[in-house]
Design a protein around this ligand. Structure first.
Ligand code: NAP
Length: 290
């Protein structure tokens, strides 16, 4: 037990996985949860059960928080500001960049070192090579506890702006959610056929998406560059595809809203005189769509 003491506040599915990883890594781990019984298994594995949030905070120099949302973390932490003074608070609760910056300002005002974080894992992958956790805030706070953070998954420091971990976390989740929505849409289409099964179709979809993901770095290079984009498709070809996907969806009894919207946006671009479909243009269109 030579590793630094850590407190985990919030023992939902994710908080329990974090505390478990810290116990495994040899940290004296103090835990608190509103429903105290969720600590039972962890206590059996060596965790210390705190009876109050204040007791939990006072037990360790490093406090990890993993609660439902920032409203809950504010409600739990603000009454114990005095106990937090001089300690490091890492809020791994999912939230927006603005919430992270507000939390940092509050913490700094109370003499608390603050980092915000985003957990890119599910409970079963915490502390495995698949897991990584994003952190942002003052680098000295990150450097001071980096070794402890590595027990949860690869620790990735993104910068001094406390909001950037939340921004990247939500951007990564947005890509995941849109991929899942795309999956559900494609399965609805494929299984509209009497011979279609979701499992059979997915055997084709996974390698297809895996191959297409390989294009993303080339798209990204085009977005970052001021030079002419390298990955270019004809706008008319992309539009014809969008119209076909909309029509085939409708014919299969599946909603076509996404592709109708997409086709309308591409038609507008063609009318504006554009002839190519590129990643920088696709990103620009989203930026100005709000
Ligand atoms: P969860 O299992 O629903 O746990 C929610 C936690 O918040 C519990 O500790 C719960 O306490 C607590 N809580 C809720 N309302 C409260 C209140 N009013 N006062 C005090 N405590 C309250 O959720 P989770 O999956 O652990 O998620 C926790 C955070 O991790 C979220 O921000 C989530 O986005 C993030 N995350 C989760 C995953 C995942 O795969 N699960 C992945 C990445 C990030 P009780 O036990 O007393 O209800």
């Amino acid at each position: 037990m030579s590793n630094p003491a850590v407190t985990v506040i919030g023992l939902g599915e994710m908080g329990r996985a974090l505390a478990d990883a810290l116990i495994t890594a040899g940290h004296r781990t103090t835990v608190w949860n509103r429903s105290a019984s969720k600590a039972d298994d962890l206590v059996a594995r060596g965790a210390v059960r705190a009876r109050t949030v204040e007791e939990a905070v006072l037990a360790s120099p490093l406090i990890l928080v993993c609660l439902l949302d920032h409203d809950v973390s504010d409600a739990v932490l603000r009454p114990v500001a005095d106990a937090l003074r001089g300690r490091t608070l890492v809020n791994l609760t999912n939230g927006t960049p603005a919430q992270a910056r507000t939390a940092e300002a509050w913490a700094t005002g109370h003499g608390v070192a603050y980092l915000d974080g985003g957990i890119m894992a599910i409970p079963s992958t915490v502390a495995t090579p698949q897991a990584f956790v994003l952190y942002s805030g003052q680098q000295e706070h990150f450097d001071a506890h980096r070794q402890t953070f590595e027990a949860l998954g690869a620790a990735k420091y993104l910068g001094a702006d406390a909001g950037i971990a939340a921004l990247y976390d939500l951007a990564l989740l947005s890509a995941m959610d849109l991929m899942f929505d795309g999956f559900f849409h494609s399965v609805a289409m494929a299984t509209s056929h009497e011979e279609g099964s979701a499992a059979g179709f997915t055997e084709l979809l996974v390698p297809w998406l895996t191959n297409m993901a390989q294009v993303l770095p080339a798209f990204a290079a085009d977005v970052d560059s001021d030079a002419e984009p390298v990955v270019v498709q004809g706008l008319d070809v992309v539009l014809a595809g969008a119209r076909n996907m909309a029509q085939a969806s409708r014919d299969a009894g599946v909603r076509a809203d996404y592709f109708d919207h997409s086709a309308a946006a591409l038609e507008k671009q063609l009318a504006e005189g554009l002839s190519t479909y590129t990643a920088p243009e696709a990103v620009r269109r989203l930026r100005t769509a709000s």
